[in-house]
Design a protein around this ligand. Structure first.
Ligand code: UT7
Length: 325
């Protein structure tokens, strides 16, 4: 039976020019290149200029994705921006991205699921498309985490960076079989009991300040491999695919040891894992589309590739998506 699928037509990314290496970090806090590389896999991170906002990063990534998709901004009817670092408390950063691109149709809104934001936004856009409420959607993950870091806390400030990535989705009628292109399955999860393990200690409705990121890294790590592996397994079961049928595994880029652990648990070989965190650290909601973009530019991602994406973040929130490119 014919079905509407959300086909990924284009991907784009943007990283701010300024780079802080691990040695630069060692000049700020009591850390070392060796510790950061060995414990996380990160070598450097990009930091936005003071006048560069989350929406600016998102607009740059979206422009590239639209050009590659060959789609005019006026034909976009849905913009979702996954971010935990909006330009302002309101309006939504998605609305500013919409205006910056010249999109005037449909709706634009932000998705707040921290590091899982892109997977949440992708699943939401897919549901808008499948229910025929949208035909062409722009899904952006954009973050300026440098603004919510405590630059005196070595346990967190070395881990994160700024950046943005975007994809353009288009409704296409497919036969409804295993070989369909587009998003084939998504699964989202959250569990608010874990808030205290990863959160920002401020907000407009509580402290009237922005606050700083706080994390119990060891505990988050403990949950990550188990929770992500289990949501991936659910997504594969829902789509009828086996781990060995995955061409590319595009995970949230938080820690190399987490990525290696999940790949090992699922039996996904090293060469199928897209690993970009050495270059930009953990960019929260931007991390999966940044990795998709890298795989596309490296020609590892081609039409027909089976792509498995996943993320986990504050909340906890976590989720996975399976798509044929
Ligand atoms: O995207 C959202 C999801 N977030 C994540 O997935 C992050 C998950 N967690 C992690 O990636 C890891 O837990 C970290 C990289 C954050 C930390 O690695 P760890 O192996 O779990 O280290 P730890 O927190 O257990 O700390 C080990 C030691 C401690 O010293 P003592 O108490 O053993 O003397 C820390 O004080 O390492 C120390 N340490 C550092 N040393 C040098 C913590 N941060 C640093 C640092 N440089 N930057």
């Amino acid at each position: 039976m014919a079905v509407i699928r959300s086909v990924i037509r284009g991907v784009g990314a943007y990283l701010p020019k300024r780079i802080l290496t691990n040695d630069d970090m060692a000049a700020l806090v009591d850390t070392s290149d060796e510790w950061i590389r060995e414990r996380t896999g990160i070598r450097e991170r990009h930091i936005a200029d003071h006048d560069e906002l989350t929406s600016d990063l998102g607009i740059a990534a979206a422009r590239q994705a639209l050009v590659r998709a060959g789609i005019d901004p006026v034909d976009i009817d849905l913009v979702i921006c996954a971010t935990a670092t909006p330009d302002r408390t309101f309006p939504a950063t998605a609305v500013r991205i919409q205006a910056g691109l010249g999109v005037t149709k449909g709706a634009a809104f932000d998705m707040q699921a921290v590091c899982s934001g892109f997977i949440y936004a992708l699943a939401t856009a897919d549901n808008f498309i499948k229910s025929a409420q949208s035909r062409r959607a722009l899904v952006v993950g954009a973050e300026t985490f440098s603004r919510i870091l405590d630059w005196e806390d070595r346990g967190t400030c070395v881990l994160f960076g700024d950046g943005a990535g975007a994809v353009v989705l288009e409704a296409q009628t497919q036969v409804g079989g295993r070989d369909d292109r587009g998003i084939l399955a998504t699964r989202l999860r959250s569990d608010g009991r874990y808030e205290d393990l990863l959160y920002v200690d401020g907000g407009p409705g509580s402290t009237k300040t922005t606050g700083h990121l706080r994390m119990n890294g060891r505990e988050v790590f403990r949950h990550a491999v188990q929770k992500i592996s289990s949501v991936i397994e659910e997504t594969l079961v829902a789509s009828g695919y086996a781990p060995e049928e995955i061409d590319l595994y595009v995970p949230h880029q938080a820690n190399k040891r987490i990525l290696d652990g999940i790949a090992k648990k699922l039996g996904i070989p090293h060469q199928k894992v897209v690993m970009t965190l050495a270059k930009h650290g953990n960019t929260s909601a931007a991390s999966v589309p940044l990795a998709l973009n890298q795989a596309f530019e490296d020609r590892r991602l081609r039409e027909g590739s089976m792509v498995l994406m996943e993320a986990m973040g504050g909340g906890f929130t976590w989720g996975a998506a399976l798509a044929r490119w």
